[in-house]
Design a protein around this ligand. Structure first.
Ligand SMILES: Cc1ncc(COP(=O)(O)O)c(C=O)c1O
Length: 449
């Protein structure tokens, strides 16, 4: 590592606190940093400074499904850095990014043919919300300003995404900064009716009628858009009930409300399809994507919009800037080159088929944990699953943290939020690796019982 002197003591530096980690228990980490310092990664594994191998059970943060250090991606990055390392996206462009927009649109549902690039899920969500406001205003319906999100939803950490999001700890500290006019539908997870469902629960489609209730309360003429994750990832793989997304679509269409799918986790393969929209057979007006498009190697996100939305913006004086929004790094050529490599690998290695073949392997493996004393619920769809562990009385999250920390000692980098363990293994995982991952978690749960 050329950037570091040989005597750099990373655990000591972490303990000093110059680096403030995001979404982390910083003081807990500073008390014992060594097991959490990752030095390198290859394929589905991370390696700590001490050389311990950790299976990457969540593909990074759902973002590295093709594994680490993929030679095609490394090559694309090097070549692009030598050819065009940066190019502004304001009033000029470059062939790599232009072609990428086309390739993404080719994979999107019919009618969604235009891509606006950002650099993260959060930026992409806020971009989609702004597009929704602009669209209605351009059509003379500028009074449509409300955004409808959903409880337990995660749409990143920008002010817009935070406001439409529904995870309480992410909201309460910043309550005074919420954007105005946001309301939420109920989430669809009700263990009394759907615990231990395999794939889509059959109960719960009528939770979509919450939207009708909000339309009755606010009047459709004030509502711009509804944003949902087709599968709620960050709050623990909450799978849409059969018919739920279809019903949301119908209600939105009936009332002229835009439907936005936040596919930051589900986009580009996690559901065994290019997008969850395809898997669940529902076409939204916009798809937000990020993460897997670049295999997490260079940040990139974006919004795919319908012809109707794009064409609405493309009216007005021909020399005018149609959408006063964008980022210094929108459509960054390094990210775009990596994204091309990702799409190439996905095609050439038939990655979607591989995900579909692994889905039943993961399903069987996780549901085999049903019956363990502390296991309260298990859910799965595509190559995603979650296990809820019963919380300690008066100390929610304590068991999850304990499982996470013990995982580090037994070869697993786990994603535990509260007492939920989420799995999103790399698409390149073997069935044996998936079984080993779940068996490891079985032992961890048994050990804390
Ligand atoms: C559905 C969804 N939307 C948005 C985001 C925010 O993405 P980022 O962390 O890249 O800003 C995430 C991140 O996990 C996500 O899962």
């Amino acid at each position: 590592m050329t950037q570091l002197s040989d005597d750099f003591d990373c655990p000591a530096a972490v303990a000093e606190g110059a680096y403030w980690l995001p979404f982390s228990a910083n003081r807990r980490m500073k008390a014992n940093p060594a097991p959490r310092i990752i030095a390198r990664a290859k394929g589905p594994f991370y390696y700590t400074e001490a050389g311990e191998e950790l299976f990457d059970t969540l593909s990074g943060l759902w973002c590295t499904p093709l594994g680490h250090g993929h030679p095609r991606i490394v090559e694309a990055l090097k070549t692009q850095a030598e050819t065009l390392d940066y190019c502004t996206a304001f009033q000029v462009t470059n062939p790599v990014t232009v072609r990428l927009a086309g390739r993404i649109a080719e994979r999107a549902p019919q009618g969604l043919n235009h891509v606006f690039f950002a650099n993260s899920g959060s930026e992409s969500v806020d971009t989609a919300l702004k597009i929704a406001l602009g669209y209605h205003r351009l059509r003379g319906e500028g009074n449509r300003f409300r955004m409808i999100g959903r409880e337990k939803g995660y749409h990143g950490v920008g002010f817009g995404g935070m406001s439409v999001g529904g995870i309480v700890p992410n909201r309460k500290m910043f309550a005074s900064g919420m954007i105005p006019g946001v309301d939420h539908m109920r989430h669809t997870h009700d263990p009394a009716h759907m615990a231990f469902s395999r794939g889509q629960p059959t109960w719960g489609a009528d939770r979509a009628d919450d939207l009708e209730r909000l339309v009755a309360l606010h009047d459709a003429s004030t509502i711009a858009a509804v944003i949902v994750e087709p599968m709620q990832g960050s709050s623990g793989v909450i799978v849409p009930p059969v018919g739920y997304l279809q019903r949301l679509r119908e209600i939105c269409t009936r009332h002229g409300i835009l439907l936005i799918f936040d596919e930051v986790i589900t986009g580009f393969g996690r559901m065994g399809a290019n997008f969850a929209a395809e898997r669940f057979g529902v076409t939204p007006d916009m798809i937000v994507f990020a993460k897997a498009i670049t295999n997490g190697v260079v940040p990139m996100g974006g919004v795919i919009v319908s012809d109707e939305i794009y064409n609405t913006f493309m009216a007005g004086p021909p020399n005018a800037i149609e959408f006063c929004h964008g980022y210094t790094y929108s459509g960054h050529p390094l990210a775009a080159a990596v994204a091309h490599a990702v799409l190439d690998v996905m095609e050439e290695d038939a990655v979607l088929e591989r995900v579909r073949a692994l889905e039943p392997v993961l399903e069987e493996a996780v549901h085999a944990l049903r019956g363990l004393n502390l296991v309260a619920d298990i859910r799965n769809i595509g190559l995603a699953a979650a296990i809820d562990v019963a919380p300690v009385d008066g100390a929610p999250g304590a068991r999850g943290l304990s499982i996470f920390e013990k995982g580090l000692e037994s070869g697993l980098l786990l994603r535990c939020t509260g007492d939920t363990i989420a799995f999103g293994p790399p698409f390149i995982s073997t069935p044996e690796q998936i079984h080993a991952m779940v068996d490891g978690v079985r032992r961890l749960i048994q050990a804390i019982d």
